[in-house]
Design a protein around this ligand. Sequence first.
Ligand SMILES: [Zn+2]
Length: 270
Amino acid sequence: MNKLRMTILSLMCVSALSMIAMPASAQKKEVVKPVNTQKWKKYDVGDIRFHDKAPRSEGSKIYSELIPNPKEYIAQCAREVLATLYFSPKDEVTPVNSIYYTLEDKEGISAKSGGNGRVHIFYSTRHIENSYKGNDKDKVLFETRGVLLHELTHAYQLEPQGIGTYGTNRTFWVFIEGMADAVRIANGGFKGEQDRPKRGHYTDGYRHAGYFFVWLRDNYDADFLRKFNLSTLSVVPWSFDGAIKQVLGEEYDIETLWHQYQLAVGDIKE
Ligand SMILES: [Zn+2]
């Protein structure tokens, strides 16, 4: 791969970050610092295969205009995800041998399936078309990158042990989806405060948990997301409180932190 192409690609993958700083709403400006992927430059993110299954769709045309080299784009986003979830390639990184990425003309947004190092991510051309309403290319790129960061997190993240599975245990599910959105938030894949769900509880998963985890990173430990991800290796059976105690210290508990978070973001008064 030539160097110039790689540089252009890196810019593309982070270009959506600038949108965070746009005063689109009355919210305060939030600038997300790009994660440093230096340690992951030579890391094998897995063999990426791109398959456009709906080449005649409008969504496919928009996608190919915005992302002329999907394999490089996906690989760069994968490195951002890895750098957010781990300290370095020396960690016990979930191995991914192959990523099969498809554009498909069907309902839904995007989803990851597969396992044992063979991952399939589908992305809906209908969703691309919906994001494009109003001819807003930046919006499509922003959304595509955000969704990709979320799905790629599922490929590389560690999973809780000793508490069942994604389908059978709510804690497992909250952690998996919460971390995927936390990685997306941490990399500027959502529009900051504007996209933060108000009230609710972290056990509602997704952004409810994701924004909370990023807040813990910003206020308690800059490596919180990495340590939280890695806590699944040693906190067995895994629990939110067990992981919080291991990462931040025995004196902390998850419910008190959640209460502090709600106060800090202004969702509750006392
Ligand atoms: Zn997910």
